[in-house]
Design a protein around this ligand. Structure first.
Ligand SMILES: *[C@@H]1O[C@H](CO)[C@@H](O)[C@H](O)[C@H]1NC(C)=O
Length: 201
């Protein structure tokens, strides 16, 4: 009996703990206005392309809306066209399971004045179509608002990143081929020498 009660209590407690983090995207308000220098349809090269992003609380929200904002995190997020057939980029309303936004542009304490950043697209950002989203977090680390550069359907203001990895992959393939060739020819010469030695004995 006591054990049963302990189990029930444990289950209840863990549900409570889980619900603390059960924040959904649809429950958040779009309180931030996000402004980015990248134009719709622009193609940025990974490792070179630069984006300047700035954010501020939309003035239609009452003053003090940002009083609970402790941190802001701005990210590159996959547009629907680059999520198709890719489960690892899937949009899930439950934010801890959402995989839409995977590349961080900046994460810093929220401040109404220190609200802009210039970011160079990292080399490990894959070729895809993106938009930019920012989340604001409270002191407990929970998302309490967001802003994004696109409309709700994610059909406007999308841009692309072109990765540089293609060049690296072909270089890697070439170097693997050359080392395989040198190993093979080394053995080839070795056996030829052995044969010659045998024949002359
Ligand atoms: C501020 O929010 C309102 C209501 O959601 C919206 O219509 C408006 O476009 C927003 N302002 C900016 C600059 O995005």
């Amino acid at each position: 009996m006591a054990i049963n009660r302990a189990i029930v209590a444990t289950v209840l407690l863990s549900c409570l703990a889980a619900s603390c983090y059960a924040i959904t995207f649809s429950s958040l308000q779009r309180t931030l206005d996000l402004d980015a220098s990248v134009k719709a349809g622009e193609v940025l090269k990974a490792g070179e392309g630069k984006i300047t992003v700035s954010w501020k609380v939309n003035t239609t929200y009452p003053a003090g809306t940002e009083s609970s904002y402790k941190t802001v995190k701005v990210q590159l997020c996959y547009a629907p066209v680059s999520q198709k057939d890719r489960g690892w980029r899937k949009t899930v309303d439950l934010l801890k399971k959402d995989k839409t936004c995977q590349h961080t542009i900046v994460e810093r304490p929220y401040s109404a004045s220190d609200n802009s950043v210039t970011y160079t697209v990292k080399r490990d950002v894959p070729t895809a179509t993106y938009f930019i989203r920012a989340y604001v977090y409270n002191a407990a680390g929970e998302q309490v608002g967001y802003g994004q550069t696109t409309n709700a359907e994610k059909s406007a203001n999308l841009f692309s990143v072109e990765a540089v990895t293609g060049r690296h992959v072909s270089l890697d393939i070439a170097s693997v081929c050359f080392s395989a060739f040198s190993v093979v020819s080394l053995f080839g010469f070795f056996f030829m020498e052995k044969r010659k030695a045998k024949a002359s004995n």
